[in-house]
Design a protein around this ligand. Structure first.
Ligand SMILES: [Mg+2]
Length: 404
């Protein structure tokens, strides 16, 4: 059956929220991000783009390129709040939607109405969001997620675009290959070196050539370039906490081992947070002794998903908690008070090196599995980890023969 997929995306989200709170910043060049010496640009207004500024670049470089820009340190709580308001509106209007990031949504409007009806509906939804939040937002409508996302990006800022059924290929043809989702800087360079600048050129190539040069990704890029995409909209579900615990087959008093397990647990949970674009503001550590008495302690912290902040706090809680000289039967870690947010938001004062380190570790984990990169201190705790993403709305995968 022909599908109707809506992609909806808030324009320069952090910038727009800052402007909502300070009208003076309207139409002025604005940079949001780390204001420290080695901070990174998390978002930049359209006014700065002509100067070559883009998100992810060092703040220092952005300031040199655009010295007249206002620089603001981001506020993750404020962004989460506005993101929630938009989510609530969409939830009221659309039965099936996916929240793919703090400021981006997909909705499956298939069968909701005839195609023209869906377009009208999308326009009204957009108007309602603008009216109730004051935030500019754009949308794209087409038969699949990829084409709709590209359409949104073409429509921006503060506009909308519909790609009619059967016109996906011709809509994409004149665009730069850079516009295809998943074509990053590196892939773009490879494609350029092959003489592939326009989507049209990719469309005209046989798929196996792309596969030979870029492997599996080459095939996906070819399909996307041809407007082919069958990925489903994954229903959004709010998750308020994430936790892991372990019961020992033999009770233990080995503190080094216990700490190693706690580190591995924290590292894994923090990765789950980052993968789901979540931040936590509350840590809870639980301990059960061999006499079955259970104790737990929690600590409120500023929003984060960074291992190097969470691990010392977890160990600190464990130190204050573990005060009986008894064998331990179970330990567990829980993160709660979760909000949606990219961890870069929380590391506004962090350096480019730290961000690159986390990105590199998580890229390796995405490709080779959760346990492909570990802290040495947690290496003995081999069975920590889960294979599924707890935030994508899918039911958890039950691991058979999972050793406790
Ligand atoms: Mg956006």
């Amino acid at each position: 059956m022909q599908k109707t997929i809506l992609h909806i995306d808030l324009d320069t989200f952090y910038v727009s929220v800052e402007r909502l709170n300070n009208r003076y910043l309207q139409n002025k060049p604005l940079l949001v991000g780390g204001t420290g010496d080695r901070g990174v640009v998390a978002a930049c207004s359209y006014e700065t783009r002509g100067f070559g500024v883009h998100s992810g670049m060092p703040m220092k470089m952005a300031k040199e390129l655009c010295p007249e820009a206002f620089v603001i340190r981001g506020n993750s709580g404020e962004y989460s709040k506005h993101s929630d308001i938009v989510t609530e509106i969409i939830k009221e209007e659309v039965p099936l939607f996916e929240k793919s990031s703090i400021d981006e949504f997909y909705a499956d409007l298939t069968g909701m109405d005839r195609f023209f009806g869906s377009y009208k509906f999308s326009g009204e939804l957009r108007k309602r969001i603008i009216k109730e939040t004051g935030l500019p937002i754009s949308f794209g409508l087409s038969a699949n997620k990829v084409v709709s996302k590209v359409a949104t990006n073409e429509a921006k800022p503060n506009n909308h675009l519909k790609v009619d059924e059967g016109f996906e290929k011709s809509f994409l043809a004149p665009l730069s290959v850079k516009k295809i989702p998943m074509v990053g800087d590196k892939t773009y360079q490879i494609l350029r070196n092959l003489g592939l600048r326009q989507v049209r050129t990719v469309q005209e190539m046989p798929i196996h050539v792309m596969q030979r040069v870029l492997g599996k990704n080459g095939g996906i890029i070819w399909k996307r370039s041809n407007g082919i995409d069958n990925t489903p909209v994954i229903p959004f579900c709010e998750r308020k906490s994430i936790s892991t615990e372990r019961t020992f087959t033999r009770d233990t008093i080995d503190v080094v081992k216990l700490k190693g397990i706690l580190i591995a647990m924290t590292e894994n949970l923090a990765y789950q947070l980052r993968r789901g674009e979540k931040l936590t503001a509350c840590i809870n550590v639980k301990i059960r002794y061999s006499d079955f008495n259970t104790y737990s302690k929690q600590l409120r912290i500023p929003y984060t998903s960074a291992d190097h902040i969470l691990i010392p706090k977890v160990l600190e809680l464990f130190r204050t908690l573990y005060n009986r000289r008894l064998l331990v039967r179970l330990i567990g870690v829980r993160f709660s008070h979760l909000v949606t947010g990219n961890y870069q938001i929380d590391l506004f004062e962090d350096t480019e090196e730290t961000l690159n380190l986390y990105n590199a570790m998580d890229t390796i984990r995405k490709r080779y599995g959760d346990k492909s990169v570990l802290r040495a201190a947690g290496m003995d705790a081999k069975t920590i980890g889960r294979m599924n993403n707890p935030f994508d709305g899918r039911p958890p995968v039950v691991l058979a023969h999972r050793k406790q």
